[in-house]
Design a protein around this ligand. Structure first.
Ligand code: PMV
Length: 359
């Protein structure tokens, strides 16, 4: 039997505070606006991927959460990531062959791979599973192939798996610059500040529903792009200014500015979904109840300052950004309004929706 080469890695989820929604090129996954996110810790939400390469493998295979995907030719996004990383490996092998001799270089680029990926949280439920999943795939391939490339360079490949995945390659605060080139060579992720730049910032995740979302982000954003006049306004007149103000808020560690833009941008994202024809609804009654609770909490704050910011992706689950000092208070409030088994930790509440509907 020939030797097998194997690498395993994990990747975190990121939650956007300036949302990406709309593609100007669907094949290369080039966005119609820049976006900005916070990468969460891997404690509760992460993808884990193991990739093996061997000359004995007859075909490339993929298992997602233990279930094998049978026809990989249909999975264009996976093919994009495999093709691009293999291309870089081929270039690397050619260089190595010249330097150390062909007999000393393993032709990994020619081997089929077996990919085994799992999430420790619900997949495709609006909790950014495709972001952590594709970031993990590309990062693990880069490790396996020992690619001598920067994280920003890798982000351009992860982007072709799932747009938001490019941001999960970095920790902390990350911008995805939309770029202007037609080949996507400048549509990439950059780190604005590392995680420890603002250690007081916390993200609380309220799992309202772990069901798979009704409209995928791919389908949803394409429909919005072709039918929503509000999206055109957002792209031209709102996001460019917001990217600047949000970057500034993060660099100043200004929670007021951060919180206001986060909530406004989440609201506008769901407004463009509603402006899509036919409309798309990602929020449900519990999501809207969470918005009301957080709004009330901010209105009643003694200092008159914003203490929490909600944001929702393409699903009903809420992410609440706040400063560490407010975490116990917010967990208490959520537990009161959505009573039940609230895990007494950071970042995660267990299914308040079921508990809510039962109360
Ligand atoms: O990368 P996708 O195709 O899963 O799209 C993600 C879109 C949002 O999560 C709604 C916004 C974002 O910027 O992450």
């Amino acid at each position: 039997m020939s030797p097998t080469y194997e690498k395993t890695s994990t990747s975190p989820v990121n939650i956007a505070v300036i949302k990406y929604w709309g593609k100007r090129d669907t094949a290369l996954i080039l966005p119609t606006n820049s976006s900005l996110s916070v990468t969460l810790s891997q404690e509760h939400l992460r993808s884990k991927t193991t990739i093996r390469a061997s000359p004995d493998f007859e075909k490339t295979r993929l298992w997602l959460n233990g279930v094998e995907e049978t026809d990989l030719t249909k999975n264009k996004r996976l093919q994009n990531c495999l093709r691009e990383t293999r291309r870089l490996r081929e270039e690397h092998e050619k260089k190595l062959c010249k330097e150390i001799g062909t007999e000393n270089v393993v032709p990994l680029s020619k081997y089929n791979v077996h990919i085994c990926s799992e999430n420790n949280f619900p997949t495709a439920a609006g909790l950014a599973s495709s972001a952590s999943g594709f970031a993990c795939l590309v990062y693990t391939l880069a490790q396996l192939y020992e690619l001598p490339v920067s994280t920003t360079e890798l982000s351009k490949i992860a982007r072709q798996g799932s747009g938001s995945a490019c941001r999960s390659l970095f920790g902390g605060f990350v911008a995805w610059e939309m770029g202007s080139q037609v080949d996507g060579s400048d549509s990439q992720a950059i780190q604005i500040a590392p995680k420890d730049y603002w250690p007081e910032l916390e993200a609380l995740i309220c799992v309202v529903s772990d069901a798979k979302k009704g409209t995928s982000s791919t389908e949803g954003m394409q429909n919005t792009f072709t039918t929503s006049p509000l999206l055109q306004h957002r792209i031209k007149h709102v996001v460019p200014e917001r990217m600047k103000s949000m970057t500034e808020a993060i660099l100043k560690r200004d929670f007021q500015q951060f919180a206001e833009i986060t909530m406004r941008d989440s609201n506008q994202f769901h407004a463009v979904c509603l402006d899509t024809f036919p409309p798309i609804f990602y929020l449900n009654d519990v999501s809207r109840a969470i918005i009301r609770v957080i709004t009330e909490y901010n209105t009643c704050s003694e200092s008159g300052k914003l203490k929490a910011a909600y944001t929702f992706d393409a699903g009903p689950n809420a992410v609440i950004y706040t400063l560490r000092e407010n975490v116990p208070e917010i967990i208490n409030i959520i537990a009161k309004f959505f009573p039940g088994d609230v895990e007494n930790g950071k970042e995660y509440f267990t299914d308040p929706y079921q508990l809510f509907s039962g109360s």
